[in-house]
Design a protein around this ligand. Structure first.
Ligand code: HEC
Length: 212
């Protein structure tokens, strides 16, 4: 009898320990899932589909505000690369009226750049936002939607040689797009993410198709 009670107490201890671990695990997994500020998490309704990005007729696209990543963004430029990849740049609706040609971009300007390996294959999405006169950077992908915005030297390094355009390589394209209401296109003859000469990002208004 005594032995049996001891045995029971022994097991009760383990069962209680097991149950409390289980409860703790459930609580933890719930709090971890609720990670803060996922403001750009792409929703299923705006999963990129190749249909909505017909790369062949981007030249005739009009700059229009659309909902993307839970934001109101306007597609302003597409930069194609010699390796077949291309990037699509978007600006937030709020900044559109505040942007003055030739001036630094206003605080609050948010630029989102989608990196496409091919028309079917979306890679990393790059984000930058101006806050208190300084650019903050972040990036995410559809399978890794969590990210933080912060000043990043590794991001800024490639943008740093472009102070005339507020460290924004595609600023001339952005201004032209807002003025003409047409999505601008540019071609950079280098592969990957290597910056091209600044003139690459200046729109060729006379005959933009000749650069292809
Ligand atoms: C290897 C150089 C390089 C690095 C590093 C780099 N960028 Fe860029 N970025 C470019 C180039 C070049 C462009 C212009 C588009 C093009 O030519 O493909 C650009 C354009 C952009 C744009 C569009 C607005 C603009 O400035 O023209 C955003 C947004 C952006 N980059 C964000 C980022 C973020 C965020 C990081 C860090 C995670 C980053 N970049 C790191 C080269 C780089």
């Amino acid at each position: 009898m005594h032995n049996f009670l001891l045995f029971k107490r022994h097991w009760m201890k383990w069962i209680i320990l097991f149950l409390s671990t289980l409860v703790l695990a459930v609580i933890l997994s719930h709090t971890l899932n609720r990670s803060p500020s996922l403001s750009y998490r792409p929703t299923s309704s705006n999963q990129p589909s190749t249909e909505s990005y017909p790369i062949t007729n981007v030249t005739t696209d009009e700059v229009q505000v659309q909902s993307k990543y839970d934001r109101s963004l306007a597609h302003y430029a597409t930069v194609s690369r010699s390796d077949g990849s291309f990037r699509q740049m978007f600006v937030n609706e709020e900044a559109i009226t505040a942007i003055q040609p030739g001036e630094p971009l206003p605080d609050g300007t948010l630029i989102v750049m989608e990196s496409w390996y091919s028309p079917e294959n979306l890679g990393t999405v790059f984000v930058k936002q101006k806050q208190n006169g300084e650019w903050r950077y972040g990036s995410f992908s559809l399978d890794r939607p969590n990210y933080q915005m912060r000043f990043s030297n590794s991001c800024h390094s490639c943008h740093a040689p472009f102070p005339k355009t507020d460290f924004t390589l595609t600023k001339p394209l952005l201004e032209a797009a807002l003025q003409t209401r047409q999505v601008q296109t540019a071609y950079c003859d280098r592969a990957g993410r290597t910056p091209c000469d600044p003139t690459t990002y200046i729109p060729h208004t006379s005959d933009s198709s000749s650069i292809f």
